[in-house]
Structures are given as structure tokens and as C-alpha cells.
Design a protein. Structure first.
Length: 276
């Protein structure tokens, strides 16, 4: 439940911020009547995302083909890591201009009278985050019960909706940059855990080497089959007896992803040079 809550909270806030910017600008332009088109696009994206989640979970939990489920689960975990990493870095790079870009698109749609463009704008913005959320939730909650997964998702999106409402009322009341930084780092750590899980799936199939197995064991102190160890495993990929390939993959991914996230962007570097 905790990992689902963290994922949906972070991704939900991104969705809420985008919708808040669009709706607030429509209100500023005196075109609040067009807000229904925004909600229509949002609802369509939500339906597609939920259908994708139900479909993937159904395949994972009903497949009877021997030897099929393990590679599917491993592939989903690795795909989730790739998409999550790309989207996290993309959002960091685009965060400085996303507000102005959305306002320009809204203004263009309202000026041209093509209000249905608002529906497509909302759909594209929400579906991008929705599919990312689905893949990451599926990849990190394969051992969780449906009730726990649904509860965490509902709670995460509910909190995100409240934060979105605050942004809509006035973004100065909420400092979003520190929130996104903390949540992005947390998701990168969770993605590193997903990578370890994906590597483990393929090692179990004999498709990847294990190296020296295990490098160490903390099973006596904290077993990954226990309550606490299982929670750490589902959220951060904790393994009580990791092998060499898992440890190297975790360290290499975490170091690379954090470096890519925190390294100065081109625009920031140019701004600092101009100031000096």
C-alpha cells in the first residue's frame, strides 16, 4: 500500500498541477465554460489508464502458461524503470517552461474557437502520467493484494487532488519545487529497487548471471519474507541476500539516475554564466 501511495501521490500531483494551470488560465481568460472539455479529456485518459491497469493485472494473475509469468513480470519491472527514469528527467528539464507552454496552448485553443483542443491537451497530459503510473504500480506491487493496491492508489490520488485544488486557488500557497525534488528522489530509489527485482526475475530464469551469490546475508536480522523486510522489498527492492549483479545494478542505476537528475541543465548553466 505504501509504495502505491507514494507513486500515485507523486504522479497525481503532476496531473493536478497541469490541470490546475489549464483551468486557472481558462478562468483568467473568462472562458471557464470550456472547462468541461478539459474534464472530458481527463476522464477519457483516466478510463484508458484504468483499463490498461486492469488488463495488465488480469494477465499477470490469470496466466497459466508455465514459464511465461516470470519473464513478463521481469520485463514489466524493467520497462517501468525505463519509463519512470525518462519521465522523471523529462519533467525536471521541462518544469521551468511547462506553465508557459500550457498557457500558450490554451490561449491558442480559445482564440481559434477550437475548444475541443482543450480536451486533447488534457487527455495527452493525463494519459502520459497515467500510463507511467500504471506501469510503475504494476511493477512494484505484484506481490501486494488488490485491496492494498487500490487503497494506496485512492489515498494517493485523493491527497494529490487536494494539493491540486490548493494550486488552483493560488500557487503561492504551496511550494511545489521541494515536494517534486523529494518525491523524484524517492521514486528513483524505488526504481532502483524495481531494477533489482527485474534482474532477480531474469536470474531465476538463467538469462542473467548471478556472480558470487550471495555477497552477504542479513536474513537473520531482517528477512525479506517478513513484514518489515517485505515492505522494504516492495518499496525499495530490499533483498536480504543479494548477489553481485543485483548490487552492481542497484549502485550503477542509482548513481547514474541521481547524477542525471541533479546535474545543472543547459539553461541553468547559461544563466549562471551570464550572471557572472
Amino acid at each position: 500500500m505504501l509504495n502505491t501511495f507514494i507513486i500515485t501521490l507523486r504522479e497525481g500531483v503532476e496531473i493536478a498541477v497541469v490541470l490546475a494551470i489549464i483551468l486557472a488560465y481558462l478562468r483568467q481568460l473568462g472562458a471557464s465554460r470550456s472547462a468541461s472539455k478539459v474534464w472530458l479529456g481527463t476522464a477519457a485518459a483516466a478510463i484508458v489508464s484504468i483499463a490498461a491497469a486492469v488488463g495488465i493485472f488480469a494477465v499477470l494473475h490469470t496466466t497459466k502458461v508455465e514459464g511465461f509469468q516470470a519473464p513478463l513480470e521481469g520485463s514489466l519491472k524493467l520497462l517501468a524503470v525505463i519509463i519512470l527514469t525518462w519521465m522523471t528527467l523529462w519533467m525536471k528539464r521541462e518544469s521551468a517552461t511547462i506553465g508557459s507552454s500550457l498557457r500558450q496552448r490554451v490561449l491558442h485553443a480559445v482564440s481559434d474557437g477550437s475548444v475541443w483542443t482543450l480536451a486533447s491537451l488534457a487527455f495527452i497530459s493525463v494519459i502520459r502520467e497515467g500510463i507511467e503510473t500504471v506501469l510503475f504500480v504494476v511493477g512494484s506491487t505484484q506481490q501486494a493484494s488488490p485491496a492494498a493496491t487500490i487503497s494506496g492508489a485512492v489515498l494517493g490520488f485523493a491527497v494529490a487532488a487536494i494539493l491540486g485544488w490548493i494550486v488552483y486557488g493560488g500557487s503561492r500557497r504551496l511550494a511545489l519545487k521541494p515536494f517534486f525534488t523529494v518525491m523524484s528522489v524517492l521514486l528513483i530509489v524505488m526504481a532502483a529497487g524495481l531494477l533489482v527485482g527485474g534482474v532477480g526475475e531474469f536470474q531465476g530464469l538463467g538469462l542473467l548471471p548471478t556472480g558470487i551469490a550471495p555477497l552477504w546475508s542479513t536474513r537473520a536480522l531482517l528477512s525479506d519474507t517478513g513484514i518489515v523486510g517485505g515492505l522494504l522489498g516492495s518499496v525499495f527492492g530490499y533483498v536480504d541476500s543479494p548477489n553481485l549483479v543485483q548490487v552492481v545494478a542497484w549502485i550503477a542505476y542509482l548513481a547514474g539516475a541521481l547524477w542525471a537528475y541533479f546535474r545543472p541543465t543547459t539553461s541553468a548553466s547559461m544563466a549562471s554564466k551570464q550572471s557572472t
